[in-house]
Unconditional design. Structure first.
Length: 138
């Protein structure tokens, strides 16, 4: 059901300083910076093989990402697993009583779909499921 790691998302209060290490010290290219208003974040995309690093900076103080940063500080925010069929994946998780942040998939850019699994069901890791081609946007 899971095909690959689509992206690993890192949260920072300052996108420029956070991308500095990955882009300058490690030499990973930043191919795109985008505003994602539906998740209240600005995102830098750094492709890495078949996956991406995404660096997130909250653009408000109330969103889930902003509250996470406030509570836990900068660092890895979530891991995104790409699935062939997100509806089937969510149904399977529900049947296994895994707590979901999104009971149904949300629409992303370009017809992509995503949903988050609650960290209390995963051993403390926020996990995103993602269905669709190309880079993630959340
Ligand atoms: Co994501």
């Amino acid at each position: 059901m899971i095909t690959k790691i689509n992206h690993i998302a890192i949260v920072s209060p300052d996108l420029d300083s956070a991308t500095g290490f990955w882009a300058e010290a490690l030499g990973l290219p930043v191919t795109r910076i985008a505003d994602v208003p539906e998740e209240a974040v600005k995102v830098a995309f750094l492709p890495l093989g078949d996956s991406n690093l995404e660096i997130l900076q909250p653009t408000d103080t109330e969103s889930g990402v902003a509250r996470y940063l406030e509570k836990r500080g900068p660092g890895i925010h979530h891991i995104c697993l790409e699935v062939a069929d997100i509806d089937a994946a969510l149904a399977r998780l529900k049947a296994a009583n895994v707590p979901l942040i999104n009971e149904a998939a949300k629409m992303g850019h370009g017809g992509t779909r995503y949903a988050f699994i609650h960290p209390k069901g995963t051993g403390g890791v926020l996990v995103e499921l993602y269905e669709g081609a190309g880079a993630g946007l959340s």
